[in-house]
Design a protein around this ligand. Sequence first.
Ligand code: GLA
Length: 734
Amino acid sequence: MKTILLYFACISLFCTTLLSQEKQVISIETNNQAMIFTATQNDRIIFQYWGDKLNDATSFINKKVKGQPDTNNDFATQLYPAYGGRYYLNPALKLTHDDGVLTTELVYAGHTTKALDANRTETVIELKDKIYPVFVDIRFVAYKKENVITQSATIHHEGKNTLTVENFASSYIPLHAQSYYLTHFNGTWAHEMQMEEEELTHGTKVIESKKGTRATQAENPSFLLSLNTPANEDSGEVYAGSLAWSGNYKLSFEIDETGRLGIVSGMNPFASTFYLKAGETIEAPEMVLTYSSTGVGNISRNYHDWARQYAMVHGDQAHPIILNSWEGAYFSFDEKILTDMMDNAAKFGVEMFVLDDGWFGNKYPRNGDNAGLGDWQTNKKKLPRGIPYLADYAVDKGLKFGIWIEPEMVNPDSELAKKHPEWIVKSGSREILTMRNQWLLDLSNPKVQDFVFTTFNDVVSMSPNISYVKWDANKHVDNVGSEYLPKDKQTHFWYEYVKGLYNVYERIRAKYPEIQIQLCSSGGGRVEFGALKYHDEFWASDNTNALDRIFIQYGTNLFFPAIATASHVSTSPNHQTGMMIPLKFRFDVAMSGRLGMELQPKDIDGDEYEFAAEAIKNYKRIRPIVQFGDLYRLVSPYDKNGWASHMYVSKDKGEAVYFAYSLKYHGRTTYLETKLKGLDANKKYKVTELNTKNGHSSFYGNGQTFTGDYLMKAGINLNIGNPFDSTVLLLTEE
Ligand code: GLA
């Protein structure tokens, strides 16, 4: 920013005038797509294009803005529209300047482009207000191979008095088409990522969260936007965005009177006015954007490649098969119950044991969800030999060991709540509401950040054999307020909480780069790219009912990769459902994510034991394809035909694994026919059915070899017409 100031201070009038004559094309490019702006010094920057890469972007030099001249077109197709001038729509930026002026006029002040490495190019476009010393940097990073572009914004204030920032988005996308179809993802506890598609009409559609700590416990901050037709898997223009932010957010989709759609994405301005003093800067989170001219399939594959490489930890390492103690033991365990679980897990071929909630608290023992949260000392009565004994026991059995924490929260019945009432989020003297019997710690306070970091540090330091942590967060922000923040900065809370959380994550990752961490929040309450960056995976839902999971994982995996999607086989019926679902179906669903189990393993016996051990062996065989391969969706569970099917194909197309599920009764003579995707037409594949029950195959060609061409054009038939029939096929190049 200093450079810009110098630039403007030192440069002669002549130069400025000369530059203002020169229209420039700024093209943000990946291997296949480009986002193009035109800029003239001291004038508004025009958003010209986002789509497939052009041979020659310089043609935009002569191009006027689409639509009628002398309307608000040139305002509405800006890079980052601020409230002011003829801009009447939802603004990306709304400021009140230090003298009370309500309008802003952002103009181009320069840009820089540099290669971060062979795959990533950073472009920073500098904007400034025409009159006031307010500077906005829009930062793009283009990920060439993955065809992803991230966009964020920084506001910097150099004025004398306080600048009021009422709204500052991460990105603005103007599109023009005959019609627009928005897909978004609604949900709640145990019912996450439920897909809904609607045609947008004039006016504004908003997707947002005001719940604070968990961005995704309602709508997820991700969307698909299809032009002119509902989104298709393999055709049509689709734009997608996902905000990397773990707090309040707002995505607004506004169609104006000219039929243009403006998409404003970023943190939620709700009750979040920022006050910037001279010299202060504030940064908006990254919006993660991608585009496909060939349907939604490529959108998912772009996000998955990008996430494995840049937006999660250990995305290049196979993730282990886990037995989690929660549904098998809940809060009721002692050493023997846990070591028996480990003995049995090891027999199945499971690779890690995770001790869930209930292991801590002495004065206020954690024997239910009503006490002990915050007191992170091992409960001596339940576990007299402590965590090191259990972790060593696991390792002796050939298992890795993991442990559950929820360090941002506190039960009123805990030593911590009594000792530090000033650390609890509260609205002055109003009642502090509980959710799941707990309160939230105020992470805007650096002392609380230290406490949360120290909790993590102390817990993992209990034993060198702890290699995994499940980090939970089971409460929203309600009755917002901070005893730490001054009274004129209470509206900064939402932002400062998330920054505080990220500060703790950063410290943890700097000290513990190797440890695996699961992102959990009452199930999938934090499934977004802001938090995932510090984690290895997420718990997609507390709902382990395999039928529901097909829908939850379908929505989740539109954006987030299978390697990060913890997916566990549990008992049926269980706490979520009275429905009886066969073990094979439960495994076949869980095996299309990061497989695990969440049950009392001794309850699986006889034939079921043989089946489960074989399925785990099979998962180890297909794991590289599922965790590192490309996802192709074949049949959507939302099609209402009562089937679902998808496949993963290895990057070299030498192997693939195919999954199909029957969700209802189809009649004895009906079969599922699917044409496979993503294979090499010229390769020959041997197709072998896995997880068969009593040697019974649902595929007529089991064990035979077919060309990729045949499998993709003629397809395959499966005899899976009963509810909860399912098929897993392994394809290997011959
Ligand atoms: C949350 C999590 C569960 C489990 C419980 C423990 O609900 O989502 O997986 O860890 O907490 O209390």
